[in-house]
Design a binder for this molecule. Sequence first.
Ligand code: CAA
Length: 388
Amino acid sequence: MKIGIDRLGLYSPNYYVDLAELATARGVDPNKFIIGIGQSEQAVPPAAEDVVTMGANAASEFIDDIDQSKLGMVILGTETGIDASKSGAVIIQNLLQLPKHVRTYEIKQACYGGTAGLMAARDYVAAHPDRTALVIAADIARYGLASGGEVTQGAGAVAMLISADPKIMTIEDDSAFLSDDIMDFWRPVYTDLALAKGKYSTEKYIEFFQQAWAEYKQSTGLDLADFAAINCHLPYTKMGMKALKTVLPDEDEQTQARINARYAESTNYSRRIGNIYTGSLYLALISLLESSTDLHAGDRLGMFSYGSGAVGEFYSGFLQEGYATYLNKDGHLQHLNDRKKLSVAEYETMFNSKVPYAAADFATDTTLNTGKFQLTGVVDQERKYVRL
Ligand code: CAA
């Protein structure tokens, strides 16, 4: 039985900061951010947006077109959840007015949470082929103003419907994965700013890629020549290529050229949105599918997921006949192009305006553009959401 991604939705905030301007404000050569890191723009979420509103917005791209009576699971993968106990998935379920008889929960393992959700959904559909699962990967990457990680911030969500006979891409049962207890990136519960050992985290990403890929090659007998493209988790657009470069020289020129060209296409959206942590690999997939004119039904795509702390997984999927019909290239590009550019001062104000870690009531600025869903504030320590 074929199981995989039947529908894809994407949402990212309507505000961004230009990274050449940010570099100048920070006294850094703009080429470091644009060429060295590979980021041009960074999505900036207003306080009225969080992983719940962004996740609901991403799913709303297709949720009214699917048979909701088949839905058996709603999973939110996130590392920037809005409560240490209650899952954001139940709030998304309510905002989208989904059926009540579904299993609904949140998964956390840094940027691996979306893939963990996807694999749980795959197993669920394998056991219940007539059912579907909604998996949402949503995050707000925050390191702090003028911090080393500031250039790799971002915000957004990807929603995926997992089903039998998927319309976009299968998820093959060929995963190679590994886990190890390391401290490369983490976020204590008292802060919304992530901590990272920058250089060490990039080294670990590469190591996990190499080990997952070696294990995958051995267990499947496949090689890079068997892939039309490799999508990678993209904390910033240079990262995946740093890992791929360690294995590409073993390949023939044609394979190298193909993997390089498709990789560049997979980074188009990340370059303009930034890191969306657990959604980043799936943002790369959407970017590739909507940017490339060199992909065909039957092509095998590789997927490398990395979640600090750390878990790495490599798996593959086959593109399905007519997959392009189910994408939303024009809508996504229009959304990115229509966003409002913030000055660095406006970005800093928006960055600091977030819901504080405090028991006091808080009202967000609901005049800002948040798509169809909005966090209006916190009253008596309860977050309040509306559907607009
Ligand atoms: N023109 C062109 N390139 C320039 C340049 C210039 N003027 N100045 C510097 N560069 C290049 C450097 O040569 C370097 O290139 P290479 O990586 O190819 O060597 C690149 O720009 C970056 O320079 P630095 O290494 O000096 O950058 P940095 O010290 O500012 O750190 C970072 C970069 C580690 C990514 C930092 O932004 C950070 O800590 N980010 C958060 C952590 C992170 O994203 N880690 C990724 C792996 S962990 C993961 O994947 C999970 C996750 O999502 C967080």
